[in-house]
Design a protein around this ligand. Structure first.
Ligand SMILES: Cc1cc2nc3c(=O)[nH]c(=O)nc-3n(C[C@H](O)[C@H](O)[C@H](O)COP(=O)(O)O)c2cc1C
Length: 174
């Protein structure tokens, strides 16, 4: 798939079929994350793949009752590795670069999933502490996104975007 088609055609999917996603496809999606840019190529990013049904249900409850999350056969929990980035970049690594590394990797996974016929949704609204306890995320990591992954059971209409003139600023911020 053409990269521009992937960028504009990807939608947040909030309704999934029951069908499982093969390990091979999950691996392809994660592999796309691995190839994201990262500050100094430190790759301060980790991902937890959750397939267990009971765990998925509990994770969805940390996300403020978003039942659709548990309906996907896979939840990928994308985490910034603060320790890895701060070891090289100090405070900037801790507060910024590791989050950016994780965000780049996550976006790559969303695009790769779409190119493979799969659906995802970036879910940022969850209780971090509850999630940590559920899947043993240590303090050196910060969970950045829950990403349910599965075969889409909807074709959402593209939400509107801002007009370029509104956010492009030539030469200076005006
Ligand atoms: C940082 C971030 C946090 C988000 N959090 C949520 C969320 O908690 N729940 C949800 O349903 N969608 C969430 N989304 C998805 C957005 O609602 C969605 O990307 C936006 O409405 C544009 O739609 P599109 O992805 O189909 O283009 C989030 C997206 C981002 C990038």
């Amino acid at each position: 798939m053409d990269v521009f088609e992937a960028i504009s055609g990807r939608r947040s999917i909030r309704k999934f079929k029951k069908e499982n996603v093969s390990d091979e496809l999950i691996r392809k999606v994660v592999n796309a994350g691995i190839w994201a840019p990262s500050a100094g190529n430190v790759q301060a990013w980790e991902v937890v793949i959750v397939q267990d049904e009971e765990k998925r249900r509990k994770i969805s409850e940390t996300a403020y009752m978003r039942d659709f999350i548990a309906e996907a056969p896979v939840i990928m929990v994308s985490c910034a590795n603060m320790e890895r980035s701060s070891a090289v970049y100090g405070a900037r690594g801790m507060d910024l670069y590791c989050i950016q590394d994780a965000a780049c990797a996550t976006q790559n996974m969303l695009l790769a999933a779409y190119a493979l016929g799969l659906g995802t949704c970036w879910v940022g609204s969850f209780d971090e502490e509850l999630l940590r306890d559920l899947i043993d995320i240590p303090n050196i990591l910060k969970p950045v996104a829950l990403v349910p992954l599965g075969y889409p059971d909807e074709e959402p209409y593209p939400p509107t975007r801002r007009e370029p003139e509104e956010f492009i600023h030539m030469e200076k911020f005006d």
